[in-house]
Design a protein around this ligand. Structure first.
Ligand SMILES: [Zn+2]
Length: 315
């Protein structure tokens, strides 16, 4: 029999090896607790490394979900402001920082879209942010990057951006995505402050208000995976990827392999996609992990490897 279609629905790329390495060091996976033997990737997240990994794992397409870590960039920039500024000068300085960040986010998206033009096997999901591109500005950004630069969808990361998935300043963006048939892929899981930016219940308002919007709740809810099934049952427009969580089975806050397989089966195996979260984990290892899942049939697992992403994300 022919090899099944394989699509990696969740990867990150960086402009240089140095930037990738810095992002990886700065992003600690804390939510699952301690677990020995997690097979982390040693790669740095360059485009070339990704393309090589795709070839060796037999993966024909990959979905780029680039991350723009607004909350951290913003607070670092604000921390460098002179202490004695008057209130109005400080306000102006913060507005300047935000304008600069909005421009950086745009350049970052344009770079990713350029990579996508060079490598049609990569589908680009762009970053946006409710603070930097609120309301109509977000809708305009998405429309332009879709029409003129080939963006396939939008990526959000609540904890890294310090924003709730239900932030109403994202509603115009969600509406545009729904109208254009562009899916949203959003990080899901707990945040260190316990605010609930992207726990599965934070997705309820957007799923309800935009019933034709396809929303990928990434990592099957991560360490908040026990809250995932209820949201999946209430909203058929919620979809999932199993990246990261699949490497943390058996951890204190993660599911066992059997619990993970049962969750996927209860949600519906056609709604879950394989993702590696490269460069945190390796593509070939991720394929093996999916095929090793208990409980699911070979056909179901093969659809998770690629066919599901093709139909869910319209690739
Ligand atoms: Zn990711």
């Amino acid at each position: 029999m022919a090899d099944p279609l394989k699509i990696d629905s969740h990867v990150h790329i960086y402009e240089t090896r140095e930037i990738g390495r810095a992002e990886k060091t700065g992003y600690e996976v804390w939510e699952y607790g301690e677990l020995a033997g997690v097979r982390a990737s040693t790669l740095d997240g360059t485009v070339d490394e990704l393309l090589e990994s795709m070839v060796s794992a037999g993966i024909s397409r990959a979905v780029i979900v680039n991350l723009y870590t607004t909350a951290e960039i913003r607070s670092q920039a604000i921390a460098t402001l002179e202490p004695g500024l008057t209130a109005s000068r400080r306000e102006k300085a913060i507005a300047d920082i935000e304008a600069r960040m909005a421009d950086e986010m745009r350049q970052f998206n344009l770079w990713a879209c350029g990579v996508g033009r060079q490598h049609p096997e990569l589908a680009i999901f762009i970053a946006t942010d409710p603070l930097l591109a609120p309301d109509e500005a977000g809708a305009i950004l998405v429309s332009e990057l879709h029409e003129s630069h080939g963006a396939h969808g939008v990526k959000l990361h609540g904890p890294a951006q310090g924003c709730m998935m239900s932030d109403r300043r994202l509603w115009a963006t969600y509406r545009t995505c729904e109208e254009r048939g562009l899916p949203i892929i959003a990080h899901a899981g707990p945040d260190q402050q316990g605010i609930g930016y992207s726990d599965p219940p934070a997705f309820v308002d957007m799923l309800r208000d935009f019933p034709r919007l396809k929303v990928v709740v990434a990592h099957l809810g991560g360490a908040s995976w026990r809250q995932t099934l209820e949201v999946a049952e209430a909203f058929p427009n919620a979809y999932f990827d199993c990246c990261e969580i699949i490497d943390w089975t058996g951890s204190p806050n993660g599911p066992s392999e059997m619990e993970l397989a049962r969750l996927i089966r209860d949600i519906g195996t056609h709604r879950v996609m394989m993702g590696s979260d490269y460069p945190w984990y390796d593509l070939d290892n991720t394929v093996d992990r999916v095929m090793e899942l208990p409980l699911l049939s070979k056909e179901e697992k093969e659809r998770i490897l690629g066919a599901n992403a093709q139909s869910i994300l319209g690739l």
